[in-house]
Every structure is written in C-alpha cells, then in structure tokens.
Design a protein around this ligand. Structure first.
Ligand code: DON
Length: 562
C-alpha cells in the first residue's frame, strides 16, 4: 500500500536551476510540466523540456527514469500505453502492451483439476508477457520526438550507474517484497545488500540495469530485443520453465491505434482503445451520466454517487463480455461507445434503487498496492503525453533476469485464465480475453486527454488495476462537472464499483454518513469504506495558458515544471 501521508499541498523543493524552476506536489506554470510518481523522474522530464525537448522527449526520458527510480512499476520488462496530443490538436494512441509468447496456450495456468493456479499465474516466468516498453518508447521518440535516443536515456543511465538515495517509500517497498525477491538470486542481489534490506538514506546503484540502458542507448531497440539482453531473458526462461523465446522478443512491435474518442458536455475526450478496456468504459460511463448534470446534483451527493455506481456496474459488466485484443477478437467498440447504446443500457436505471449485479464468480476485493504508474507531461508548444506503464503486480513477478537488472512483468494474469474466474483484481472475463499466442491481455489502464475547442484541458490517468477507470472518471467529472481545479479534482476522495463483486468501495471522506445510509437503504452493498487509497492520478489541468500539475497526494511523487 502506498504511503498515505498528505503533504501540505505546497512547494517541497526550491528552485533547482534558477528561480523559474520548481518541484512540488502541486505546481502552476506556463512553460512545461511533468507530474509523476517520482520527484526524480519528474525532474528528469523537466530538464529535457528546459533543454528544448518536446513533451514526447520528456515523456520518454521520464519513463526510462521511472524504470530506474520506481522499479515496482516503472520498467523495461513491462508494457503500457501512451496517448499523445500533437500541436495541431490530433491525438494518437500507442500500444506497447505485452504480448503472450508464441508458446502460450489458453489453459496454461490451469491445474490438473482445471482450476487457476494463482501462483503460476503471477509468480512464475510463465506469467510474463513479451515486454513492450522499450520498443514503444523508442518508436514514439523516433516518430514524434526531437532529441536523440542518447540524450533522453542519459539521465536514467546516470541514475542507475551512479545511484540515488533511497527514500522511505522505496526502502519500504523493497522490504515489503523481500520474501518474493528471496526466491530469486538475481532479484535478491538487486534489491538487498547481501540479503540485508536497504534502508532509507542508502545509495542504491544498479550496475546491470545501467549496462542494459547503455546497450539500448547505443543500439536502440536491438540492444534489448536482440543480443545479450534478449539471450539472457530467453536463457532464464529455459532454466525456469518460462516459455518466452528470442523470436518472441525480436518480433515484438508496438502498435499505433486510433484513440477512443467521445464528447462530454462540449469537451472532446480521448482515451486508450482496446486492448485496454479503459477508454471504452470511461466513455460509456460518461455517456450514461451526461444527461444527469452531476454538477447540479453536487459532488458526493446521494444522487451523484448512486448514478456513478450504476454507470460503473453496467460498463464493467460489458467489459467482461466484450473486451479483448482487437487484433484477435471483434470488439464492438462503435456500439459500446454510442450515446444511443448508453441510453438503452441505462434505461433500467432506477433513481431510487440499486440494481443487483448478476452473481457469477463474485470474488473478494483485491488489495491495492503500487504496481502501475501514470505520468502526465505538457510542453510549451501545446503537446501533451499521458502514459500509464506497468509490470502488473508490484515489481511484476519479482524475477530479475540475471546480468541485466531487468525485472519481468506478470501481465499474463490480465488474461482471463478461466471463464468467469476472477484475476488478481477480482475481474472476470470470458472468450474475448482468453489466452492465445501473440495476443495482448486486456488492460484497464486509461491514459486520457481532454480538449475543449481544440485546446488542451486535462491530461490524466492512474494505476490501481480495476479501479483505474473509475479514478479517471472521477478526475474528469471533478474538473468538467464539479468545476474543481487540478489539486482538488485529484485529492477529492473516490468511490469504486466494478459490477462484480457487487460492492461499493469508498475512500474515507467520499461519503458522508448520511449519504452512506441513504445508499444502503437503496440496496447498495458493501458500503463499509475501503480504508485506503484508490488510485494515483498524476494529472495536469490547463486553464487558459496556465498549467496546474498535481502529483496525487495519496502517494509520494512530484511535479516539476516552470
Ligand atoms: O493493465 C492492467 O489493467 C493492470 N495490469 C494494471 C495493474 C495496476 O494498475 C496495478 N496498480 N495498482
């Protein structure tokens, strides 16, 4: 669980290269901004912007830095999604999601009794999809960046080679995952000092990772997907029952996809299309809610929360049935995204009663932990990047490939290993998201950009597994309906419902006692409070020329800009 301390929302570090530059939890400025889970990574992005790099250059540098300074989610061995707003107002979506290796098969995580072997699905080398991050970042840089690969990788390389001082947050995360690391010699070597946990204040150097970054800097994607790094990954797979091969690695390609686009109250909302479910569900929910004027009903009112839960219930039910990799299954995205479909889907909405979710495969709520990360970047020329990237669970499968410093993902668990059987996030799925060779597993990651009359308005996204889409929904509603500025829109407490299990989860303060009582009386279930944070939405809001960046106060992080 993320550290929960709420810093006072004020500057925490003074100017770094003169009076114009600041690092903060909330920051305002007009020059350019990076909001991420790590102040070090945000600072890397800011330096690239100030060197004249554009938002893509800064995003790629930030993402490589996160692989060094935020290893539970930042990665070379994982994958993610990138939404880019260009200066001319066009929005592009890049999918660098992991793919199932060629030898994957539908029932690979089922045991002899036909049940999902949870340990195999999350803790093994078989749980790794073919990583997409390195290919995706370099491809985005080549097509839309302005700086060289060497320039944008240099800061990450330096942080790995020379090390950086661990803070409480990271030292705590390493300690929490010690048992997982202990099963693998190479992981133990990276995340402990001879088996002894690192402490806050220790200098943490990652020499193998620096060597891997150097190869990528020198050779581009081949430095990762071919040669010694690819060979080391394939060799470790062979040694420990993994199935990924050098062919799987060398043939990996990111995919540029048409972003999901819809309108909400005069705004254009762009988000990630399948194989993420995020954009489709976000737009579905916005379409269902649009007729109700949530701004008038008020943030946190019984009527508003009831409407949100009912929209969430219906959208997440569609997720389980229809969504998967569009390269493998026909996803009826156009139908799901139409305002008419939303109207029909919401026709049985009862303003006075909760609808019962069907009772298939109800699981328990998953524990949330820092496993995925989102950052937002805006430059001074009107370009913006929203990137969410992940190893899936915290530190992925916690397996470092010997000699490379690369931690592997366990994204294969985002497939539906068995119909109607919950995965780590309690999400169920069916055929559309079954495992197949070369297929991308369904995601909830929802990097999102909102424009108004062709002008940038909001850049957001979040980690949080199944809760991601609802976090993004609430940030969007808070800005567009409730008229909140970035700081309040991100800090305001959130609720979550995902159809099954049929429970409402809410952060402390999201519901007054009176509203909770009213919702219970309407038939809503599980309203006992989550007790911990939902999401980590590092967000930038643009208002006229002014940018306001926020690092979500639910966890540490920072905004850097000028
Ligand atoms: O792609 C997905 O939906 C998941 N692998 C994301 C995992 C995640 O957000 C974990 N973070 N708390």
């Amino acid at each position: 669980m993320k550290s929960r301390f709420l810093l006072t929302l004020s500057l925490v570090a003074a100017a770094l290269t003169g009076a114009v530059t600041t690092l903060a939890e909330t920051l305002r400025g007009e020059g350019g901004m990076v909001a991420s889970r790590s102040d070090l990574a945000s600072e890397v992005g800011r330096q690239i912007l100030q060197q004249g790099g554009n938002a893509i250059d800064a995003a790629v540098a930030t993402a490589f830095a996160l692989a060094v300074v935020y290893p539970s989610a930042g990665n070379l061995g994982g994958g993610g999604f990138l939404l880019i707003a260009l200066e001319d107002g066009r929005v592009l979506a890049q999918d660098n999601r992991e793919k199932a290796p060629g030898a994957a098969h539908r029932d690979m995580f089922l045991d002899a009794k036909g049940d999902v072997d949870r340990n195999l699905a999350v803790n093994s080398l078989q749980s790794s999809g073919v990583p997409g991050t390195v290919a995706g970042l370099l491809d985005a840089l080549e097509l839309h960046g302005t700086l060289t690969r060497q320039a944008v990788i240099a800061p990450a390389l330096r942080l790995a080679r020379e090390g950086f001082v661990l803070n409480d947050d990271l030292a705590g995360q390493f300690a929490d995952n010690l048992e997982g690391f202990s099963r693998h010699e190479a992981s133990l070597a990276v995340f402990t000092r001879g088996g002894e946990p690192y402490k806050a204040g220790d200098l943490w150097i990652q020499t193998d990772l620096a060597d891997t970054l150097q190869r990528i800097s020198d050779e581009g994607r081949d430095g990762f997907y071919k040669g010694p790094v690819a060979a080391a990954i394939a060799a470790e797979m062979q040694r420990n029952n993994g199935i990924m091969t050098t062919d799987d690695l060398s043939s990996y390609q990111p995919v540029w996809r048409e972003p999901v686009h819809g309108t909400y109250r005069g705004h254009d909302v762009y988000s990630m299309p399948p194989p993420s479910s995020g954009g489709v569900l976000l737009l579905q929910m916005l379409n269902m809610l649009e007729p109700y004027e949530l701004g008038r009903l008020g943030y946190g009112s019984t009527a508003t929360v009831h409407l949100m839960i009912e929209a969430q219930r219906r959208a997440y039910a569609d997720r389980a049935e229809y969504l998967g990799d569009p390269d493998f299954v026909d996803v009826p995205a156009q139908q799901l995204l139409s305002k008419e479909y939303a109207r029909q889907r919401f026709a049985d909405f009862d303003p006075a009663r909760a609808t019962d979710s069907a009772s298939i495969g109800a699981g328990s709520w998953p524990e949330e932990s820092p496993q995925t990360t989102h950052f937002s970047v805006v430059d001074g020329q009107g370009m913006a990047v929203a990137m969410t990237t992940t190893l899936n669970r915290s530190f992925g499968n916690r397996i470092v490939i010997p000699g490379t410093g690369v931690l592997m993902n366990n994204e294969m668990d985002d497939f539906s290993s068995k119909p109607n059987t919950p995965n780590s996030y309690g999400l169920i799925g069916r055929d559309a998201n079954e495992i197949a060779p070369g297929k991308r597993m369904l995601s909830s990651m929802t990097p999102t950009i909102v424009m108004k009359d062709g002008e940038l308005r909001l850049v957001t996204g979040s980690p949080g597994g199944s809760t991601i889409i609802n976090t993004v929904l609430q940030v969007v509603l808070n800005v567009l309906d409730h008229g909140m500025g970035a700081e309040q829109a991100v800090a305001s407490p959130r609720i979550h419902h995902q159809w099954l299990p049929d429970n409402v989860r809410f952060e402390t303060g999201a519901l007054s006692d009176e509203v909770a009582t009213a919702l219970r009386a309407m038939g809503h279930k599980g309203l006992n409070g989550a007790g911990f944070g939902i999401g980590d939405a590092n967000t930038i809001v643009k208002d006229g020329a002014m940018l306001e960046g926020v690092s979500d106060p639910r966890s540490v992080g920072g905004v850097a800009g000028f």
